[in-house]
Design a protein around this ligand. Structure first.
Ligand SMILES: Nc1ncnc2c1ncn2[C@@H]1O[C@H](COP(=O)(O)OP(=O)(O)OP(=O)(O)O)[C@@H](O)[C@H]1O
Length: 258
């Protein structure tokens, strides 16, 4: 599976939020989308998961124009974990995860034993088995996030789109989710705030500023103190971590507290 977005522009109200963005995620790649608050990461992702149609440009999934595909077909190919989940009714955790199976089934078709197996396995992978019968509404923010990731896993899609998947997670589950996603072996496009996680896990990054891509490439090449200053207006010390061999970013407080 390959995702290619070509010359995407998106407007909201009278304002152009995304300007002529080209982006590609190749088979097996973990691609990160980084940039400050309001730079347009979620807006761009929304156009990729078909919530916001671009005013210009086209998006291709394995050469097929995304907006020409039936919604069920794009749901079979692409799983999404959004930043906020809009769940209207209270479902159990297992029911939430089983919703991930719906693109594979006919209307009103019951869950098969195979669906149940896939759903339970997905819950086990995010460490949420013991919560199967709990109400989704009763979960903490981090627990909800893990369930939504399990739902995306249960969907068994060929491409995963994530909007800040580690938001709300404690450090153990941040690493667990990133490991899990990395191991899937399917292409992943993920908005990320944590630059150290981006450096550790991403094969390539796109850096957004004010709706434009200002840098792209592998983290080792593009994550520099100059780039971070230009994009985030923060001073950093960027080094190579002696154990991981990956870029490690230390942030300096602007109040002189180091
Ligand atoms: N409905 C809307 N009308 C006008 N502007 C909007 C609308 N929705 C979002 N915006 C603006 O679009 C810009 C990009 O927002 P977006 O949520 O894509 O940024 P982001 O990079 O995901 O930010 P964050 O890191 O804070 O989640 C912001 O300036 C936001 O205020």
């Amino acid at each position: 599976m390959k995702l290619a977005a070509k010359d995407i522009s998106i407007s909201l109200g009278n304002e152009q939020i995304i300007h002529d963005i080209c982006l590609e995620v190749k088979a097996g790649e973990f691609v990160g989308l980084i940039g400050p608050n309001g730079s347009g990461k979620s807006t761009l992702l929304k156009s990729i998961y078909r919530v916001l149609k671009p005013v210009a440009g086209r998006i291709f999934l394995d050469g097929d124009d995304l907006y020409q595909l039936a919604p069920r077909e794009s749901a079979r190919r692409m799983a999404v974990v959004r930043q906020e989940s809009s769940v209207e009714f209270d479902f159990t955790v297992l029911e939430m995860v089983l919703m991930g199976r719906s693109p594979h089934k006919g209307m009103f078709q019951m869950d098969t034993p195979e669906d149940m197996h896939i759903g339970k396995e997905a819950l086990a992978r995010v460490g949420m088995t013991d919560y199967s019968e709990r109400s989704f509404f009763s979960l903490s923010g981090g627990e909800k996030k893990r369930v939504l990731i399990a739902r995306a896993l249960a969907q068994q899609a060929e491409l995963l789109v994530l909007d800040e998947p580690t938001n709300h997670l404690d450090v153990r589950y941040q690493l667990q989710v990133m490991d899990l996603v990395k191991q899937l072996g399917i292409p992943v496009l993920s908005a990320l705030h944590d630059l150290n996680l981006a450096a550790m896990y991403c094969d390539r990054l796109y850096v957004l500023k004010a709706g434009r891509i200002v840098a792209s490439g592998c983290p080792d090449e593009i994550l520099t103190a100059d780039l971070i200053r230009e994009v985030y207006e923060v001073e950093t010390d960027v080094s190579i971590h002696p154990v991981t061999g990956k870029k490690h970013i230390y942030f300096f407080s602007s109040f002189g507290v180091t």
